[in-house]
Design a binder for this molecule. Sequence first.
Ligand code: SF4
Length: 692
Amino acid sequence: MQAGIEQTRVPTTVHCDHLIKARVGSEPDTKAAALYENNEVYQFLGSASRKYGIGFWKPGAGIIHQVILENYAFPGGLMIGTDSHTPNAGGLGMIAIGVGGLDAAEVMAGMSWELLYPKRIGVYMTGKLNGWASPEDVILYVASKLTVSGGTNAIIEYFGPGAKTISCTGKATITNMGAEIGATCSIFPYDKRMDIYLRATKRGLIADLANQYIDLLVQDQEIEEVVENREEYILKYFDRLIEIDLSKLEPHIVGPHTPDLARPISKMAKDVKNNSYIDTISVALIGSCTNSSYEDMSRAADIAEQARARGIKTRVPLQVTPGSEMVRATTERDGQIHLLKEIGANVLANACGPCIGQWERPELKKDESNTIVTSYNRNFPGRNDGKRETMNFISSPEIVIALALAGRLSFNPFVDELTGADGTKFKLKPPKIAPEIPEKGFNDTSRDDIYDAPAEDSRSIEVTINKDSVRLQKLQPFPKWDGRDFEKLPVLAKVKGKCTTDHISPAGAWLMYRGHLDKISDNLLLGAVNAYRSDEVGIGKNIHNGNIESFSHIAREYKKQNMKWIIVGDQNYGEGSSREHAAMTPRYLGCAVVISRSFARIHETNLKKQGVLTSTFKDPLDYDKIMEDDRINISGLNNIKPGKPVKCVLHHHHNNNNRTYEEIYLQHSYNESQIEWFYAGSALNVLLSRKD
Ligand code: SF4
């Protein structure tokens, strides 16, 4: 709208998957509650899409990544998306990268998009998954090797004979969850399994084209040979190489609270005991934008069928979130949903729901610790139900069903038995090999119910924004840099340990205010652990009155007095979802600088784009030098140059009223055009100035 163009410059779609709250079940949650509660947001998105040439996938159509895989992803393409799991499309051989909202807006307006040239991590696969092991176990295993930041600024390339044995949707699961290790994106080379999926989703012409140019879409033969022959110079092609024999892969469970705390299922019972995890599961959930393909649902249904044959149901509530309407309708027709319902499952909307905090759990008491098991992608504290006390353990859908039948986290289906309705003991068998596409084809859902095409003539279309809305607020440009060095800025927050975008700007109930910057700013740093008060979360010291108050409240007080302030981050600050608000809300409330030990890629770019000076400690140990009552000067701002450190002086205010000073240096990763963003106040301001 602000770029003054009539149509987006690149093909664009909008998806409504994050706002549907899981309460009762699919129909009432989508058609009654969500359409009513979020009506003005959907009206706005729908009208803006129709006007600007954007395809609009309505609420209930499915989760963005699944819908993209089913309709748009293609081998050899490049796509960006405003969600960190965009690399899901790497399962169809596409370079697909999660970016911030402003990155996407600029590309939609016709600007080019830039990226730090990535490192390459190769994952060479041999063997074949068997038994209980699933594609999700591949990425959980890789996450355990690389940790949550090990993929930062890297493209992960899966290849080798084992890669060809994994279905297209299985590949998408692996590339989707590369986001959990911070990878820029993950990709598989084109193969027969992608051809099969493209044809099943009515894109035979694309498959034909891909087959015609197959030599451009597959791994170079010489690289496979170098790996197979264990030549030393493999590192000429990759910065790091991981090898996996799929035949030996055990099912894994990860968590709680981080996706890289992985162990094979055989070690889970010991971990439960050693760490005093709550063994009794409160709820089991399968689905999400990945791990809910036809193949996944078929494997989960196989376990359900074994339980039904023995006359038992799950011992705990089981929730199912299909990834798309196409998969839901097909698995409804082919019986998988029926089997899951027969063992007690409840089917939720084709939406993110409990994966993004849109989950009402009235049964939980305040501060009640509990264990959930999911086949979702993420498990940061507070992620699923907004409660940090909920411990989320992630595994494949079939393992989640097995755990739900036993009702306990320590259950190991390899050795433990269940009791049938007749009192006899039995062991679950591994799921049978499941069809990767349905024998009868995917169910032809009626597009009109779930998709709106852009208008052919959009001149008369008005974008709908209610002027009294508390959900939507037109963005005002941020002020440009005032030309002065930063002097005596207070530290609003020095965070300790993991600080994801979920900690900086939590989702859940806050999602309803995503279109209203002022309102959503009240969630600033709600989940951040204060480094000076390690048991305290979301609160800090107000320098004016010495009171301990919420970070957002303090920031608003400083803003009223025209005071800028600083956030100090720890390692990999801003990992997790590519949430624009985690950069916009601090900026809106007056954050001038974020200094961190290190940054997650998307969040660092988001901060830069919003005009926040983004820097890292030249010496990471300097993190420890910043005290709660410090005031901080940063100088030389009129001469920021790529690669040139910035001087920073810490003014320590001691209890005895003594003052001391300390000089440290900050590094930054700004290039010339990004420096312009800082001076202009934001990247959007640069875009607007070019329009003039
Ligand atoms: S919230 Fe969960 S289901 Fe939705 S796109 Fe993100 S990871 Fe996927």
